[in-house]
Design a binder for this molecule. Structure first.
Ligand SMILES: [Zn+2]
Length: 362
């Protein structure tokens, strides 16, 4: 299964050609000397700093941003344009984005570098934040297919977090604001995404950028674009992320909307309950023993090959019963049941017959 999840720096550069130098600023350069660009749009006093693709393989929120920008700039949105100035960094990690990696070119997770500031990308974000002194930050990410919205819940198609400002999880004034805004977005989407919106793990980690900004007293919201059933391209998710962005700004200017931060805590927490695929009636070989009638849990490994992302079947666990749910279940046909699979956790199923059966390779 090949897919369009890849969003490299060249594509962003093409998108940015429509903006002139008054709206487009090069903030600095990545480890491999790629420009890190920021758009400044709108003329309002309320400043919102937004960054996406801090993790280069998390592209859905970037694509939704590129849908949001023309909506925001449309003639119908004069009120929004005069209320807000948006500072948008669509791709904070262009080197990682180029090779579809979470990490930057020095193999550092930029979302664990808030204290160390060891990477140019981290320093650029921090300097931009300090220069702008935004009223609100949006920290945009994508999450894997593992999560359900609460125990036994549906796949978490979207998740949000108001990052902790301290180890006690104090609801500071800034957090109160971000919690209320998250509630507004959940309300706007819950009819379309019932039981499918989760609350991300809120354990305080000052080395995460969101937590460090929350600690500084600025309201910040973490977005996680997740998995919608059968939507490995994440096109459906992209449309929900776009709706969330719109709902957020509408809530910010609508003074009649009052959102209680306590409702935030009613959003179910993400649980790690899913794998991508469970094969049943499989014969496996493990430690030299052949065992029949087993279930194999498979997690897809997203792999960039020739500028396309492929989902390769990685073995996660096996058993006659599994304590996991899957986005898809497949019972092997009698001929494939005799096809022995050597089970090794973390290895790919290389058997061509299986790959063809599941159309996992193009
Ligand atoms: Zn991320």
């Amino acid at each position: 299964m090949a897919c369009k999840r890849y969003y490299p720096p060249e594509k962003l550069q093409q998108f940015l050609t429509q903006f002139d130098s008054s709206e487009k600023i090069t903030l600095g350069f990545s480890v491999q000397n790629r420009p890190i660009e920021m758009l400044e749009i709108g003329s309002g006093n309320y400043k919102v700093l937004i960054w996406s693709q801090m993790h280069g393989n998390e592209t859905t929120t970037t694509k939704a941003l590129l849908d949001f920008i023309p909506w925001f700039l449309d003639g119908n949105q004069k009120t929004l344009q005069s209320s807000f100035t948006l500072f948008i960094i669509p791709q904070l990690n262009p080197d990682g984005s180029n090779v579809y990696s979470r990490y930057n070119a020095n193999n550092i997770d930029l979302n664990r570098d808030a204290i160390d500031q060891s990477q140019p990308e981290s320093r650029i974000l921090r300097a931009t934040y300090e220069k702008i002194q935004p009223d609100l930050c949006l920290n945009l990410h994508g999450q894997r297919t593992l999560y359900s919205a609460g125990k036994g819940g549906r796949s978490a198609s979207l998740s949000f977090l108001s990052p902790a400002a301290d180890i006690e999880g104090t609801v500071t004034p800034a957090r109160k604001k971000s919690m209320g805004l998250i509630t507004a977005m959940v309300k706007a989407l819950e009819e379309e995404l019932p039981y499918s919106i989760g609350r991300y793990d809120g354990t305080f980690n000052p080395n995460c950028v969101g937590d460090s900004i929350s600690q500084s007293g600025t309201a910040i919201i973490l977005f996680e674009a997740g998995h919608f059933p059968d939507d490995y391209q994440r096109e459906q998710t992209q449309s929900y992320v776009l709706k969330a962005y719109k709902a957020l700004f509408i809530a910010l200017i609508d003074h009649n909307q009052v959102f209680e931060s306590k409702e935030y805590f009613m959003i179910p927490e993400n649980e790690n309950e899913f794998c991508d695929l469970i094969l049943s009636s499989a014969t496996i070989l493990v430690d030299g023993n052949e065992i029949k009638n087993q279930k194999i849990a498979i997690q897809f490994r997203e792999t960039l090959i020739d500028e396309k992302v492929y989902f390769l079947p990685e073995m996660k666990t096996f058993g006659s019963k599994l304590n996991l749910r899957a986005h898809k279940y497949l019972k092997l046909s009698p001929s494939l049941q005799n096809n022995v699979i050597e089970f090794k956790k973390g290895n790919l199923i290389e058997n061509i017959a299986f790959n063809e059966l599941f159309a996992l390779k193009n």
